[in-house]
Design a protein around this ligand. Structure first.
Ligand code: RIB
Ligand code: CA
Length: 304
């Protein structure tokens, strides 16, 4: 049986690679995709998501989500992904449209109608997930777990201490981390290791149409470089779902700082249990990098 998942995303170039894996990993059944403001505006992340679904001729519904964080103004990552959010490839025109309903309602409806628990995967800011849990707490019964790309037990990549997805909407992340949901956190501790090598990247243009398209996007992606290797942050969340043995998890108490002038968005990961609080998150601290690279190559070969 394939694992039913819902993917919340802010494409985003590394999101595009994760969406490929979510569509073509034989273990997964991508039932719904939703967009959120993050890397770029939600209008752009939605346009990008629809272009990817059209590119891969995927029969997956898409719902547009939050245009801004719960209480803070949106800050984006166009400096990493380009102004469009997916710079580097001219996608074909298409007629696809998002669903009429907003993302958090679309997720709620999918959960309430699913005959089995669904895994939520969030690879952007957690605004839609927080809205879902606060507006429709009754749907939690049918959420198997939440797997996120976000956070860090160490340094940040948007502020000195905060990783981008958490830093953009710390209030949403704090709500989600306190919700009681089973959460797996793939933070920078593993995603900074999830690097595709220059030699492998050079093989993509002649692999297939997916390789050619992703190589064009990767040439404009600024989390690393084509010369030093590129960090596949969001692919880690999908990798954990289908190859959990590649990861080392540790149950930890994790709090999200929302008040600090310099520290808002920090995930305070209590690895040593110094705060005496019960663990609320399974934190990924180790990655089999060679195994991850082999899996990514397998995923991109399975794509058209
Ligand atoms: O910190 C990396 C995360 O921020 C990834 O999800 C990337 O797409 C950006 O959203
Ligand atoms: Ca992302």
């Amino acid at each position: 049986m394939r694992l039913p998942i819902i993917l919340d995303t802010d494409p985003g170039i590394d999101d595009a690679a994760a969406i490929a894996a979510a569509l073509f990993a034989p273990e997964l059944d991508l039932q719904l995709m939703t967009t959120v403001a993050g890397n770029v505006s939600v209008e752009k992340t939605t346009r990008n998501a629809l272009q990817l679904l059209h590119f891969w001729e995927a029969n997956v519904p898409l719902a547009q989500g939050a245009a801004k964080p719960l209480v803070r103004p949106l800050r984006d990552a166009a400096y990493v992904h380009g102004q469009s959010g997916m710079e580097g490839y001219d996608f074909m025109e298409h007629q696809r449209q998002p669903l009429e309903k907003p993302a958090f309602i679309a997720i709620r409806d999918a959960l309430m109608h699913s005959p089995e628990p669904v895994t939520l995967v969030a690879i952007g800011p957690l605004t839609n997930i927080a809205l879902l849990l606060s507006q429709y707490p009754e749907c939690q019964f049918n959420i198997r777990r939440l797997v996120i790309m976000g956070g860090s037990a160490g340094r940040g990549n948007f502020t000195p201490n905060a990783e981008f997805n958490i830093a953009i909407d710390p209030e949403a992340a704090a709500q989600v981390f306190q919700s009681g949901l089973e959460i797996v956190m793939c933070g920078l501790d593993v995603t900074n290791q999830a690097v595709l090598t220059p030699d492998y990247l050079a093989t993509l243009p002649t692999l297939n149409k997916t390789g050619k398209m992703l190589h064009s996007l990767f040439s404009h992606y600024r989390s690393g470089s084509m010369q030093s290797g590129l960090r596949m942050h969001d692919l880690c969340a999908i990798a954990w779902l289908v190859r959990p043995e590649l990861f080392t998890l540790k149950p930890c108490f994790v709090a999200v700082e929302t008040q600090g002038t310099y520290t808002a968005g920090t995930t305070v990961v209590d690895i040593e249990g110094r705060l005496g609080q019960p663990a609320n998150v399974q934190v990924a601290l180790g990655l089999d990098v060679d195994g991850f690279r082999a899996w990514v190559a397998e995923m991109f070969r399975l794509a058209p």
